[in-house]
Design a protein around this ligand. Structure first.
Ligand code: ADP
Length: 220
């Protein structure tokens, strides 16, 4: 199916389901899913200078500097063009302004900004039970899927791990960073482009969320 919306930003706290939903939407609508967190983890795994720089921040649950996040997204857009589903970008007002400027320069403004909302308690439950595949980005719940660290990812076969920043300590830091730096991004879009901003209850089941997102992507 062809989406009408081609430039989409998914906002939400850690574990609100941005990655899972972006993955499903990318498969359904063939719009590239771009997770800045996954791009940074991949640099880190490959031991690149950018990856080493990023790791110092990400493992503590802190954001990497805006300049680094903007650089990684600009490189991606140069290579892939202005069709995307951003998951984890922009995460600060500064990044949102950079994105607006870059898109204005090519006369290709954002089509949709979607905020996935969920309580802190539900986030803690999800993250502390979460195992991730660093190769394909799939995530699994130890309680829901009955799996353990080191088991093979059912999608690509790589070993499942607990992300370094999925510890209780780093999570509290990430929630604090989200409240202080990313919630203002929602206020920024409320002010600059309220018509494209939509909120979804991310406490619903994955299929119900996907159905609502699909409607947003395919209606004018
Ligand atoms: P989650 O949404 O579950 O917290 P992500 O995979 O989106 O995880 O991001 C993991 C980490 O990568 C973040 O905590 C942060 O350190 C870094 N990161 C990702 N995107 C950005 C960004 N746009 N700006 C700054 N840091 C980022």
């Amino acid at each position: 199916m062809n989406p009408l919306k081609q430039r989409i930003v998914l906002l939400g706290p850690p574990a609100s389901g941005k990655g899972t939903q972006a993955d499903r939407l990318a498969q359904e609508f063939v719009t590239p899913h771009v997770s800045t967190g996954a791009l940074l983890r991949s640099e880190c795994e490959r031991g690149t200078p950018l990856g080493r720089e990023a790791d110092a921040w990400t493992c503590k649950g802190l954001l990497v500097p805006d300049e680094l996040a903007v650089r990684i997204v600009a490189t991606w857009m140069q290579e892939n063009g202005p069709r995307f589903l951003f998951d984890g970008f922009p995460r600060t007002v500064e990044q949102a302004k950079h994105l607006d400027t870059a898109l204005a320069a090519i006369e290709a403004p954002l089509d949709l900004v979607i905020l996935l909302q969920i309580s802190d308690e539900a986030i803690r439950q999800r993250i502390l039970n979460r195992l991730s595949c660093l190769k394909c980005g799939a995530t699994f719940s130890t309680s829901l899927h009955g799996i353990a660290e080191g088991q093979a990812c059912s999608r690509c076969g790589a070993p499942l791990v607990r992300r370094k920043d999925d510890s209780a300590e780093a999570l509290e830091q990430r929630l604090k960073v989200y409240r202080e730096l990313t919630l203002p991004v929602v206020a920024y879009y409320e002010r600059t482009s309220p018509a494209i901003l939509h909120r979804i209850d991310a406490g619903m089941g994955s299929d119900a969320i996907f159905a609502q997102l699909s409607t947003l992507l395919t209606t004018l």
